[in-house]
Design a protein around this ligand. Sequence first.
Ligand SMILES: [Zn+2]
Length: 254
Amino acid sequence: MPAQFETFLCLSDNIGVLMHDPATGATAAIDVPDAAAALAAAGRRGWTISDILITHEHVDHVQGVAELKEKTGARVTGPMQARASAPVDSIIEDGAQVKVGDLVGEVRATPGHAAGHVIYHFPKENAAFVGDVLFVMGCGRVNGSVDEMWRSVTAVGALPDDTRLWVGHDYTLSNAKFALSVEPDNEDVQKRFMRAETMKANGELWGTTNVGMEKLTNPFLRLKQPAVRKSTQLTEAATPREVFAALREMKNRF
Ligand SMILES: [Zn+2]
C-alpha cells in the first residue's frame, strides 16, 4: 500500500508534513515547527504519530519536537547537530536507512544550509523530504560553504524526475519572482509564477513539487542553461558551481 501524506502550514511559512504507512499505521512527522499543528493534522486524518524525522537543527524545525515526543511517545531520528535542541533517540548519518512502519527511507547528508542537514528519500514512495536545501523554484540560504550547498542542491536534482518533494518553507512566490527575473522567457516559469500569485491570493500553501518540474523552473538546478548563466554576467567559461554561487548572491540581494 502506498504511503499517504498530509501537508499543512506551521508558524508563518514553515511546511509541516506527515507520512502515513497504511499497512502498519505508523506515521512520521517530518520536522516539528509546531507540535499543536502536527497533532491537529494527525487528528484530521485519524493517524497516531509514531516517528519524528528531523532534517536539520534550526530552531524553527525542531522547536516542537520535545512537546510532540512527550505527547505521543514518538521515536525521534535526526542528525547529531539537532541533539543540542531536541531529544533525538536515534542519530543518523549519510547512507543510513530509516523505517516508518514498512516504509524504507535513505538518509543523505546535505550540508550547506545547516551543518547537520540531511534529506530523507523514500524511493519506493517516490518521495523525499528536503528541508531547507531546495524550495519550490529556489534553494536555502548558505550558512556553511557555497560548495557544500551547490553539491547538496545538485544531489536533490539528481533524484528521479518523478520524485515528489516536500520542502521546508513556502517561499514559492518570492522564488518565482526571482526565477522569472533570471529567465523571463521560460514559459514554465511564467506559468508557475502566475499560479504562485493565484495561490498566495487565495491563501493556499505551496510546499510540494517534484524533481522534474524543478529541473524546468528552478534556476539553481538550471546552471548549464545559457540564459541562466547570462543572468549572472559570467562568461561562457564559468563552471556550474560558479553560476550557482553568483545566483545565490543575486537572490540574497533580490
Ligand atoms: Zn533552516
